[in-house]
Design a protein. Structure first.
Length: 276
């Protein structure tokens, strides 16, 4: 809404606190322009042209040099996940949304001068998703998923998008939403959850191939180990990540590594043999 001066009001949007100065202006969102912004906007344009409606539409740059995106209506959950965001129907809807994203992203070739983001201080830590098949989101934390009618309907915050594999993206989504975490680190409603069963619900809804079902757990083990390394390195390089580290990540990551080493075989068995 315009204010008395005819200047549109800016409503600050605060998510997980990583990106400062995000505001809503009417039906748009303004975010700081970063080195990777033009690449991500090209990707979002492709998704829009391919008919994928579950991502913000890129609307260029405003008069203050900020990136402009369409505002995606709905509710964005925060950690700890509220009970209503922990149902199996939520997991299945997220899997279908990510499958549609993958199908829309398939075949897009990034520009030759593409620039991708890395977390602060992590440029020397090798990626575990190097055999790229497509460009995808790669960061399905609750604050990046928009719900409508109680189900995931859209994805926002494509800052960590880059060339990746479908199975990496799936492992990332399961890390947050199964979740692939020690019971002590889960939202209360999921402390006693049957994680192999939840992984199988996701696999079914996504339509994971036999090869993807076999690849998931080995990749998740490597991904969680890398999360541990990158979150520690980012904490050394940046005060926001230092706060995440000291407020819990420093304990959560070693517990997640120990948990997936122990429970991974049961997840793999359910994905490759058992009923969903
Ligand atoms: N295009 C958008 N549509 C609707 N809400 C958005 C949009 N972009 C950001 N937001 C809101 O702002 C919050 C922070 O934005 P996000 O891009 O996720 O930044 P951060 O890098 O801090 O996670 C989101 O969790 C969401 O609530
Ligand atoms: Mg975010």
């Amino acid at each position: 809404m315009p204010s008395d001066q005819g200047v549109p009001d800016e409503e600050p949007l605060v998510g997980d606190g990583v990106t400062p100065n995000i505001t809503r202006v009417g039906d748009t969102v303004r975010r700081p322009f970063r080195p990777f912004t033009a690449t991500i906007q090209a990707y979002l344009s492709h998704l829009h042209r391919a008919g994928f409606s579950g991502a913000p539409e890129p609307l260029g740059i405003d008069e203050r040099g900020r990136e402009v995106l369409s505002f995606v209506s709905g509710d964005v959950p925060r950690e700890p996940l509220p009970p209503e965001a922990t149902g199996e129907n939520v997991l299945a809807a997220l899997a279908r949304l990510i499958r549609r994203l993958h199908d829309a992203a398939q075949g897009w070739t990034p520009p030759r001068d593409a620039v991708w983001a890395t977390l602060p201080g992590t440029q020397d830590i090798p990626f575990v998703d190097t055999e790229a098949e497509l460009v995808s989101h790669r960061d399905y934390c609750p604050g990046n998923v928009v719900f409508r009618g109680g189900l995931p309907a859209a994805l926002i915050d494509f800052d960590l998008a880059r060339p990746t594999t479908r199975i990496y993206d799936i492992a990332n989504a399961l890390y947050w939403w199964a979740p692939l975490l020690h019971p002590e680190d889960r939202t209360p409603a999921l402390v006693e959850a049957d994680i192999p069963h939840r992984a199988a619900i996701f696999a079914e809804a996504y339509g994971m191939s036999a090869q993807q079902r076999r690849a998931l757990v080995p990749l998740a083990i490597r991904m969680i180990h890398r999360f541990h390394l990158t979150s520690r390195a980012a904490a050394e390089a940046d005060p926001v990540f230092r706060r995440f580290w000291s407020e819990g990540v420093k304990d959560r990551m070693p517990r997640a590594e120990a948990w997936i080493a122990q429970e991974g075989p049961a997840i793999a068995a359910r994905l490759t043999h058992g009923p969903p």
